[in-house]
Design a protein around this ligand. Structure first.
Ligand SMILES: *[C@@H]1O[C@H](CO)[C@@H](O)[C@H](O)[C@H]1NC(C)=O
Ligand SMILES: *[C@@H]1O[C@H](CO)[C@@H](O)[C@H](O)[C@H]1NC(C)=O
Ligand SMILES: *[C@@H]1O[C@H](CO)[C@@H](O)[C@H](O)[C@H]1NC(C)=O
Length: 143
């Protein structure tokens, strides 16, 4: 899902997002909670404050967590580079980026879901279950 609003340079890589998210992807998988948030204040005139959250379900190990997050980051580059905010949810990890503080500080992890995951419906693309609509501000991107 991405915010419908474009960045000021929609045709360029979102350097602000990448600079914030990459260090989280290389660090958070190796922490106990596999959950973390970070922010950066505007680095130069016209650049936004940036906020990100990464999380893995704790039933996967650190290396799987990292590659899950790397995959989502790649997906974000494809779908959402031009957008000022987005979130991507996979069964085992999730990634969210915004230009406003959307999480509570101090960061408290969401408890891991205890219910078993639903089995995918045969014949239906699994990727469909990656996306949920949360509010009218958000649009859905199916790969
Ligand atoms: C956002 O930017 C993309 C890429 O330049 C463009 O195709 C699209 O029309 C823009 N959307 C809006 C809502 O401005
Ligand atoms: C980033 O987070 C720190 C620690 O929670 C907070 O003190 C700071 O005000 C935040 N910066 C921005 C730009 O929101
Ligand atoms: C993580 O789990 C995968 C199986 O899902 C396994 O192949 C891999 O060796 C594990 N990595 C580590 C570092 O334990």
């Amino acid at each position: 899902m991405s915010n419908t609003q474009n960045t000021t340079s929609p045709d360029e890589k979102n350097i602000d997002a990448l600079a914030l998210i990459y260090p989280l992807i290389v660090k958070i998988p190796y922490t106990k909670m596999m959950y973390g948030t970070d922010n950066k204040s505007a680095s130069h005139e016209g650049s936004p404050n940036t906020y990100a959250l990464v999380q893995c379900s704790r039933d996967i190990n650190s290396s799987n967590c990292r590659s899950c997050l790397e995959d989502l980051s790649e997906a974000a580059n494809r779908c959402c580079n031009s957008k000022i905010g987005w979130r991507i949810l996979a069964p085992s990890c999730s990634l969210r980026y915004e230009e406003y503080e959307f999480y509570q500080e101090p960061s408290t992890p969401v408890p891991a879901p205890s219910a078993p995951r639903p089995e995918p419906v045969p014949g239906e693309s699994n990727t469909k279950t990656w996306f949920i609509k949360i509010s009218e501000r958000w649009s859905i991107h199916l790969p």
